[in-house]
Design a protein around this ligand. Structure first.
Ligand code: PLP
Length: 357
């Protein structure tokens, strides 16, 4: 039976990426070697790195003065790298979930952190509005898509200080005005590649302003100067990322992807609202994530939760169990997930409603 992959991360990738990467594992285009056994210093791998970087610039319209890096360590290493490179006296953070909290924890190692607003009072089920970003902060950190809670900041915000964004789970799902950001980063395993590579888009002139000694590997300047090749980059995940970027370009780029993503999420949210068995955990429509749709059983129908999970699983749905801190269900609708999978999930929700009318 065909599986419908709703995992939150690592997660579904385009078939194009999986097939091309499989071929390159056997033999990289005429090189006579596998992508896994070729030197990162070879001209073949340099071309892969250059093309992947170039497609980031093209697809996201990254302006001059920025660098694109492919690093190891996951988004979680960025939580520490950001303050190491930018923190002087004080940093500001928006607390919208577990990933924000983890970033805040690392920031606090360096000194005063101003958490300008938090949605923790309602288990991160909304995006705080009406907060003030302190003018004297060295940077302001946000998590644009809260993978666990299904909330998303879909508009680029204006910040009086350098804006730093964790876009691990919504990169390439919407148009972004990169010029409004000092750093955009994320683990690639949500919407781009297998686990193992982290992308960082960084404005070059925000660096060089702190006095501390930064360990070489944690210094962005090291990686900018060496074109992400100071040390051995994650070659295979970078190759896979390049395939996804090519696929994305073939699909019509981000504007087209955004339309498809909005359509998929719109269909599922509509069904959750219509269906008498379910309700959405994020009340404010404006705050609802297009990538991770979280829902629970309607009040009074909680006893059906386990039954629905079993039924959906028996029908080929994979990875819809909600994160333990929210419960219920989460369907991740990343770029590579076909509309047919969303239709299949909706079908299963409707059948289950009929069975339990
Ligand atoms: C998955 C995720 C992370 C963690 O990424 P790692 O690469 O595992 O460190 C951080 N932030 C967000 C928003 C995520 O979804």
């Amino acid at each position: 039976m065909k599986k419908h992959n709703f995992y939150a991360g690592p997660s579904i990738l385009p078939q194009f990426t999986i097939e091309n990467t499989s071929k390159a594992v056997l033999e990289l285009n005429g090189a006579g070697l596998s992508i896994m056994e070729i030197s990162h210093r070879s001209k073949e791998f340099q071309a892969i790195m250059d093309e992947a970087t170039g497609l980031f610039v093209e697809l996201l319209n990254i302006p001059d003065g920025y660098s694109v890096l492919f690093l190891g360590g996951g988004a979680s290493t960025q939580f520490a790298m950001i303050p190491f490179n930018l923190f002087k006296k004080k940093a500001a953070y928006l607390n919208t979930g577990s990933w924000s909290k983890k970033a805040i924890k690392e920031g606090k190692i360096f000194g005063e952190v101003d958490v300008v607003a938090s949605s923790e009072d309602k288990n991160f089920s909304y995006i705080p509005k009406n907060y003030t970003i302190p003018q004297d902060a060295d940077y302001f950190h946000i998590t644009t898509n809260n993978t666990i809670y299904g909330t998303e900041i879909r508009k680029d915000i204006d910040s009086p200080v350098p804006l730093v964004a964790d876009m691990s789970s919504d990169i390439f799902s919407r148009r972004v005005d990169v010029s409004k950001y000092a750093i955009i980063y994320g683990g690639a395993q949500k919407n781009l590649a297998p686990a193992g590579v982290t992308f960082v888009i960084i404005k070059n002139d925000i660096l060089g302003k702190v006095d501390r000694t930064i360990p070489t590997m944690l210094n962005y300047q090291t990686h900018i100067d060496k074109g992400s090749m100071f040390n051995t980059p994650p070659c295979l995940p970078v190759y896979a990322a390049l395939q996804t970027l090519k696929w994305l370009r073939n699909m019509g780029g981000i504007p087209e992807m955004e339309k498809i993503d909005e359509k998929k999420a719109g269909m599922l949210y509509e069904e959750i609202e219509r269906n008498s068995l379910f309700r959405c955990t994020v009340a404010d429509k404006e705050d609802r994530s297009i990538m991770n749709v979280c829902f629970v059983m309607e009040e009074g129908r909680e006893d059906l939760e386990k039954g629905f999970l079993e039924y959906a699983t028996s029908k080929g749905m994979v990875g819809i169990k909600g994160h333990r801190s929210v419960g219920g269900f989460r369907a991740s609708l990343y770029n590579a997930l076909p509309v047919e999978s969303v239709e299949a999930l909706i079908g299963v929700m409707q059948e289950y409603e009929k069975k339990n009318a």
